[in-house]
Design a protein around this ligand. Structure first.
Ligand code: EPU
Length: 368
């Protein structure tokens, strides 16, 4: 069923706990309901008015776990209520079919962690390192969510969209999605205004293939000293054990949005030219970093923010989480402008200290 709310409170639609409103919140379960919404004269007028002012015609949200509304939003917020996971190949779980690929069709409004749980329960490898990442399937595919050495783009076969301009379905193959670190074509205005993700085809594996490179996962599983060969030869850890370890790591480091408002990592980890990286490393030899290629290195923004003295500190009712400086939190009743002020202060401080301008990872949805 579709649900259209005017002057809609968004408190329960964003994990930052921002008490803001949208002119319209329109939720739908099916593509035909989405089309009815887009054709509704009041909604169409609002979308046109936003477009005329140079803004996106609408904002499509998932569960609001990676965004910050910077104020009341004068336009149309869309949200898919379509949920479901179906197998489209290799349906026979009981057979000796242990090395095949399994394709899953996941509706855009499905909770991402429900997909991870389904795969662990059914012996399907791939998403386990991405367990407990908040959000829904559609947003996960747009955002290219990642954690512990895995990005969702590695699991995506196709992203199925509704093309608003052409009024028909459009399917993007993974290699057409422009995927990069927290990056895809659907994050950019031209495509964001045109394509709405309705479902995603995931490619998961029956063959046992785990990604245990991230030291924290090995530590959590107590297998730091077990060789790759021994791990490959044994059936331990199990898929479920890896999922459980990832969940334990996340619960230990990241605040539960149900308890304390936040949107996960607030900033992206910057990838810098080595001419920028080496002088900083000379000054901070213990700085954690990841080699990207011969000329570029990724520096954890959380480390830089901590070096600036922000870990666990507040500015008004906005704060920096005590266990992970990449996460900004709502200490209770924070207004959007308080989070924005903290964000800008941190960006300026990091730039002053390291000469690197970090960028938000969360989507800032401009209120007016
Ligand atoms: N670090 C600090 N101080 C901090 C935070 C981190 O020194 O306050 C150091 C850590 O000790 C470590 C390094 O920075 O050496 C990296 O930290 P961590 O492994 O916690 O990961 P991250 O780079 O801060 C990224 C993702 C997370 C993801 C983790 C694990 C981004 C923007 N964030 O964080 O994703 O869970 O790696 O793979 O890439 C999210 O996107 O919302 C998110 C939580």
């Amino acid at each position: 069923m579709k649900k259209i709310t005017f002057d809609a409170p968004l408190l329960s639609h964003n994990t930052f706990g921002m008490n803001v409103k949208a002119a319209v919140l329109a939720e739908y379960e099916t593509v035909s309901e989405l089309r009815e919404i887009l054709a509704d004269p009041i909604i169409a007028d609002l979308m046109l008015a936003e477009k005329d002012k140079g803004h996106l015609p609408f904002w499509h949200i998932g569960s609001g776990s990676n965004l910050l509304f910077t104020g009341d939003y004068p336009g149309v917020v869309l949200h898919s209520l379509a949920k479901g996971i179906s197998r489209i190949t290799n349906d026979d779980v009981s057979a000796d079919n242990t090395d095949g690929v399994c394709l899953l069709k996941v509706e855009a409004g499905t909770l991402w962690d429900d997909v991870c749980a389904y795969c662990s329960e059914n012996g399907l490898y791939g998403p386990e390192n991405l367990s407990l990442i908040p959000g829904e399937m559609g947003a996960a595919a747009v955002q290219n969510i990642g954690a512990y050495g895995v990005e969702i783009s590695k699991l995506i076969e196709e992203v199925i969209c509704w093309d608003v301009k052409a009024d028909k379905e459009h399917r993007f193959r993974c290699d057409e999605m422009g995927y990069g670190y927290r990056e895809s074509r659907l994050k950019h205005a031209a495509d964001k205004a045109r394509f709405i993700v309705t479902s995603v085809i995931l490619r998961v594996q029956r063959a046992r293939k785990l990604h245990l490179e991230y030291a924290g996962i090995k530590r959590a599983l107590g297998i730091e000293n077990v060789s790759e060969a021994d791990l490959a030869a044994s059936n331990s850890p199990t898929l479920q054990e890896v999922r459980d370890a990832v969940i334990r790591i996340r619960e230990g480091k990241l605040p539960d949005p149900k308890v304390i408002g936040n949107a996960g990592s607030f900033f992206k980890n910057p990838v810098v030219d080595n001419s920028v990286f080496y002088p900083i490393l000379a000054q901070y030899p213990d700085m954690p970093h990841y080699v990207i290629d011969a000329d570029h290195t990724k520096i954890p923004a959380g480390w830089m923010i901590e070096q600036c003295g922000w870990k666990g500190k507040d500015l008004g009712r906005a704060g920096v989480y005590e266990k992970q400086s990449l996460v900004l939190v709502n200490r209770g009743g924070a207004k959007p402008e308080e989070i924005v002020r903290l964000c800008q202060t941190i960006i300026d401080d990091v730039e002053k200290k390291f000469g690197i301008r970090i960028e938000p990872e969360v989507n800032l949805i401009e209120g007016r």
